[in-house]
Write a protein that binds this ligand. Structure first.
Ligand code: ZN
Length: 153
């Protein structure tokens, strides 16, 4: 019996995402071309979503996609698309010499995502709530918040 994860091209599922200004801000003129070739894998992983460091495709938790908060999912997609661009530029996404919250690729992706969250009109409190994940210590969270210019209280 096959229990393989389903795969699809990004734009087949997230229709119209290539017309979103925040996404065009990442890929510029190549937005439609990149997103029509980007593969998305829907997986039964716990957690949220990530870019596979081997080939740059996007892996999304089915549970998160069906039960997660719509705004969180949107912001996560923006964050992960930043990683897709970094991957295309040859950057190491999971450089183990950095803690997660100190990794330049994460800070760049979070900064861009926080900008978009503010443009959407999210409060600083809501943005803090978005940034703080259950596996992040208070110290880590505060460091990340500071790096991306979000006040911690
Ligand atoms: Zn990230």
């Amino acid at each position: 019996m096959s229990i393989g994860n389903s795969k699809i091209f990004f734009l087949e599922y997230f229709k119209g995402f290539d017309k979103v200004p925040a996404v065009q801000g990442i890929f510029g003129d190549k937005t439609t071309a990149v997103l029509s070739h980007l593969t998305v894998e829907f997986s039964w992983i716990n957690g949220y979503m990530y870019v596979d460091g081997a080939d740059g495709h996007l892996v999304i938790s089915k549970g998160y996609l069906s039960r997660g908060d719509r705004t969180d999912i949107y912001l996560d997609l923006i964050h992960e698309l930043c990683h897709v661009k970094q991957f295309m530029d040859g950057k190491e996404l999971f450089d183990p010499s950095y803690e997660y919250v100190d990794r330049p690729t994460e800070i760049e992706a979070y900064r861009y995502t926080v900008e978009e969250a503010r443009r959407l009109g999210l409060s600083e409190e809501r943005i803090r709530f978005y940034l703080k994940t259950e596996w992040m210590s208070d110290d880590d969270f505060q460091r990340l918040a500071k790096s991306v210019n979000v006040s911690v209280a």
